[in-house]
Design a protein around this ligand. Structure first.
Ligand code: AMP
Ligand code: TRP
Length: 338
């Protein structure tokens, strides 16, 4: 039986953090066994928000190396850089001619980003979801692992796919979302979701001393002022991390002992560190190794682009044919006319 095809993408932000991993990337790794997976560093999406062209190559390289460091490789999936396969942007144009303007303007991410940088509301920010839809359907992918923040964009993708199929004939499969089990990991400030731009994150490749410092200084239940006060794990982001990293038994102990002031926050954090450090260590080692082997990273992505390009070309040619576009369709017309 042929495997179902999966596509997903991540914007290049350099090194990824635990939120990216548990919210999205872990699912990517889980899927490679049973699906034909294509994973992309989406550099064209990155330019919808302000960026520095001098820093971009390193940021992209680090994002590429990060994907290899977490266990993805040309042996178990295809890895590609979005701008290496121009068919993504070619099909995005077609989709932008199908996408209703009103629906694009109602996208939560567009509204949020427009509010964040009112001086930079460019057309790309608005058509961002059309490019994302194109990323997916240019490979006629059947499933898409996404974090919950991207579900709305995937719904739009499905709307555009159905619209295309209705207007121009059945061509694209309906891509299904595959949701991660950890939709939102809080940052170490305990206030917002973990995010690199807010600086409240733990990198997936954090050095041991930095990791220790970040965890030991993280905000916990702010109502717990003294060691003898009972704490509330329900509002503590360190407890949320225990839920991910620690055994059920230890989670149970931490929960009980925190509520009864049996353990203090420092004890609790030290227990957490005994799990997070060994989890990060192999990722960090591989990431460091890849920093010294840039050719391995480039080759992996080059090979991915080579595999992906013919699939994408075939799709775009199929689209043009169905829409009556391109010199091939025109030459067919003159054959029939003569
Ligand atoms: P970003 O580039 O920061 O938007 O992150 C890429 C993807 O990682 C997002 O689409 C989310 O699915 C996931 N992600 C990022 N931060 C978190 C978080 N704090 N908790 C869960 N998932 C996250
Ligand atoms: N928009 C996604 C994010 O911000 C990244 C992305 C681009 C993507 N193209 C995609 C995700 C295609 C899934 C499928 O996280």
């Amino acid at each position: 039986m042929t495997k179902k095809r999966v596509f997903s993408g991540i914007r290049p932000t350099g090194e990824f953090h635990l939120g990216n991993y548990f919210g999205a990337l872990r699912t990517w790794v889980d899927l490679v066994e049973n699906y034909e997976c294509i994973y992309s560093v989406v550099d064209y999406h990155a330019i919808t928000t302000p960026f520095d062209p001098k820093e971009m190559p390193l940021t992209i390289f680090n994002s590429m190396a990060s994907l290899l460091a977490i266990g993805l490789s040309p042996e178990n999936c295809s890895l590609m850089l979005q701008s290496d396969v121009p068919e993504h942007t070619e099909l995005a144009w077609v989709l932008s001619c199908i996408a209703p303007l009103g629906q694009m303007e109602r996208m939560t991410q567009f509204k949020e980003k427009s509010q964040q940088s009112p001086e930079n509301i460019n057309l790309g920010l608005l058509s961002y979801p059309a490019l994302m839809a194109s990323d997916i359907i240019v490979y006629r992918a059947q499933a898409v692992p996404v974090g919950d923040d991207q579900v709305q964009h995937l719904e739009l993708t499905r709307d555009l796919t159905r619209k295309f199929n209705n207007q121009y004939g059945e061509f694209f499969p309906d891509p299904e979302p595959i949701l991660s089990k950890t939709p939102r990991l809080m940052g170490l400030d305990g206030k917002s979701k973990m995010s690199k731009s807010l600086g409240n994150h733990i990198s997936l490749f954090e050095q041991p001393d930095v990791l220790q410092k970040k965890v030991l200084t993280a905000v916990t239940d702010e109502n717990r002022k003294r060691r003898s006060d009972p704490g509330n794990p329900d509002i503590c982001n360190i407890f949320a991390l225990h839920n991910i990293f620690s055994s059920a038994e230890e989670v149970e102990t931490v929960n009980r002992e925190c509520r009864t002031a049996g353990i203090g926050c420092v004890d609790c954090k030290k227990m957490l560190l005994t799990h997070v450090e060994p989890f990060i260590a192999p990722f960090r080692d591989r990431y460091t190794e890849l920093q010294n082997k840039p050719a391995e990273v480039h080759e992996a992505f080059q090979e991915g682009a080579k595999r992906c390009r013919p699939i994408a070309r075939e799709t775009v040619d199929g689209v043009k044919q169905r829409m009556g576009l391109g010199s091939h369709a025109v030459s067919q017309q003159s054959v029939t006319a003569s």
